[in-house]
Design a protein around this ligand. Structure first.
Ligand SMILES: O=S(=O)(O)CCCN1CCN(CCO[C@@H]2O[C@H](CO)[C@@H](O)[C@H](O)[C@H]2O)CC1
Length: 490
């Protein structure tokens, strides 16, 4: 459809939920307080020279570890239906293993969850949002098949402690970022940088870890706790740069490599990795002299075990890339590598609005296409948008973020009106936070956080005022105006 700004007021479906999200390492701080053990992000940000663009760390971050009570008050004023946050594995299991449970860590999450429920805000809890306990990384982390058991042990503690209050669970946030950026490159911790090899080993172990915890919940907790459990997959839309068959094939391969790699095994009728991924990697591996494909095989038991292992699909979607395949690819990527296996070039269109983050451009029709494609490919699964947002360099009058949210929510409504089963929407992020390798330079918050203030003062941006009205009215009114003075008034 046409995502113009001139549409009249549009209502969201009955029962549609609105939330906002954060993640433990990005907001909590208290990195070594009250018995918390180190994670791979503590290790990475404490190396010298710092690999983080502004030399910062998550040692204090937005300090939600100490400010959680007043933060819930802010969420209540916003009118949030739910709050998505993640649990720091090493805060509750300092060694990574379930033999030592840190009660103060349990207390922090129990207090937060209780306060949320007291204010009629549903907690939506992510078990793993990238902050692996350091000890488990020393043992190989997601390259060690035993991660499946370690993750299950951790999940068992979490379900035992919080499962009577938490009804929405996400096992793993963005497996592709974990594997491709953390194991295949240096873009995320632990920076293994073994592209073409490590990300595929990671991918298999991540899928098995997710499925293990899904089945744990499904068989041992659902009957008494009645919750829903799913996974959040990062979904960028890849559009053919031109109408040639090569560019259509490149865009299709990019989609399968980026998100089909994780959605197909769980949500498709056949399960298993997508064919294009298996074929591309197998052929390249053979050419390169590997004894067998660099993409590990999923046995028929593993295929069955992973298939259907989710009550809903969490979609984290931000942006779109134009994608092409031509002779310029020759020598562009290392051999072997994930990008060489995919053999596609991704570019942005200069006309697209640009965020503070270099990878982020505003392309609402791409969001519509992702939602529509997911509906077609996977038989219209229950979907939660578990992340969508815009980064700026700061300031309270964030008109670009307001426009981003309005045009993306409009695209979401287009997909819903054509039948997509979308249950809710989560703004990334509630607060400015530690944006991984970009530190505090890229601000995603609808609330500004003053990182120079020891009290980490929160201030609602214009986007918070607009989001509040969208939630209150359960509708999208492109002409609803918020006066700048209202936003700037102390
Ligand atoms: O490589 S291209 O440019 O051709 C297209 C891919 C762009 N990706 C999309 C997903 N993004 C990770 C999103 O990461 C998510 O979003 C938030 C904002 O980054 C993070 O703070 C959250 O922790 C994370 O869940 C990394 C960049």
């Amino acid at each position: 459809g046409v995502h113009s700004l001139q549409k009249p007021v549009r209502k969201f479906p009955e029962g549609f939920k609105f939330g906002a999200a954060t993640a433990a390492y990005q907001v909590e701080g208290a990195w070594n307080e009250d018995g918390k053990g180190p994670s791979i992000w503590d290790d990475l940000t404490h190396t010298h020279p710092s690999p983080i663009s502004d030399g910062s760390t998550g040692d204090v971050a937005a300090d939600t570890y100490h400010l959680w009570k007043s933060d819930v008050e802010l969420m209540k004023q916003l009118g949030l239906d739910f709050y998505r946050f993640s649990i720091s594995w090493s805060r509750i299991l300092p060694t990574g293993f379930a033999d030592q449970i840190n009660q103060k860590g349990i207390d922090y999450y129990d207090n937060l969850i209780t306060e949320l429920l007291k204010n009629k805000i549903e907690p939506m809890v992510t078990l793993y949002h990238w902050d692996l306990p350091s000890s488990l990384q020393k043992l190989g982390g997601l390259a060690n098949p035993l991660i499946v058991e370690w993750f299950e042990q951790y999940a068992r503690v979490v379900f035992d402690k919080f499962g009577d209050k938490v009804k929405y669970w996400i096992t793993i946030n963005e497996p592709k970022q974990i594997c491709y950026e953390g194991y295949g490159s240096t873009a995320k911790a632990p920076q293994l940088n073994m592209t073409g090899i490590a990300e595929y080993i990671c991918a298999k172990n991540v899928l098995l870890s997710h499925a293990k915890v899904y089945h744990l919940y499904d068989e041992n907790y659902r009957y008494k706790q009645n919750g829903q459990i799913g996974i959040s997959v990062s979904c960028t839309w890849y559009e053919p740069a031109s109408d040639t068959i090569e560019d259509h094939q490149a865009a299709e391969d990019a989609r399968q490599f980026d998100w089909g790699q994780y959605i197909h095994p769980i949500f498709s009728k056949t399960g298993d990795f997508p064919l294009s991924l298996k074929n591309n990697v197998r052929l390249r591996s053979k050419e390169q002299g590997f004894l067998r494909s660099r993409l590990p095989v999923l046995s028929s038991e593993e295929i069955v075990y992973i298939r259907g292992s989710s009550d809903f699909l969490g979609i984290n979607s931000y942006t779109t890339k134009l994608t092409y395949r031509d002779a310029s690819l020759e020598g562009m990527y290392p051999v072997p590598s994930y990008m060489d296996d995919m053999s596609a070039v991704m570019v942005k269109d200069a006309s697209w609005p640009q965020a503070q983050s270099s990878w982020l451009q505003s392309v609402p029709w791409g969001f519509y296409k992702i939602l529509t494609q997911v509906r077609y490919l996977y038989d219209n699964p229950a979907v939660w948008i578990t992340e969508n947002g815009w980064s700026t360099s700061g300031g309270l009058i964030d008109n670009d973020r307001v426009k981003y949210y309005r045009t993306y929510l409009s695209a979401l409504l287009d997909a819903v009106e054509e039948g997509s089963n979308i249950k809710g929407y989560t703004a990334w992020s509630l607060f400015d936070n530690f944006e991984w390798m970009s530190g505090y330079a890229d601000k995603f918050g609808i609330f500004e956080v003053d990182f120079k203030d020891p009290k980490r003062k929160r201030t609602p941006r214009k986007s918070a005022h607009v989001y509040k009205e969208i939630i209150r009215s359960r509708s999208l009114d492109m002409n609803y105006e918020v006066d700048d003075k209202t936003v700037l008034a102390p």
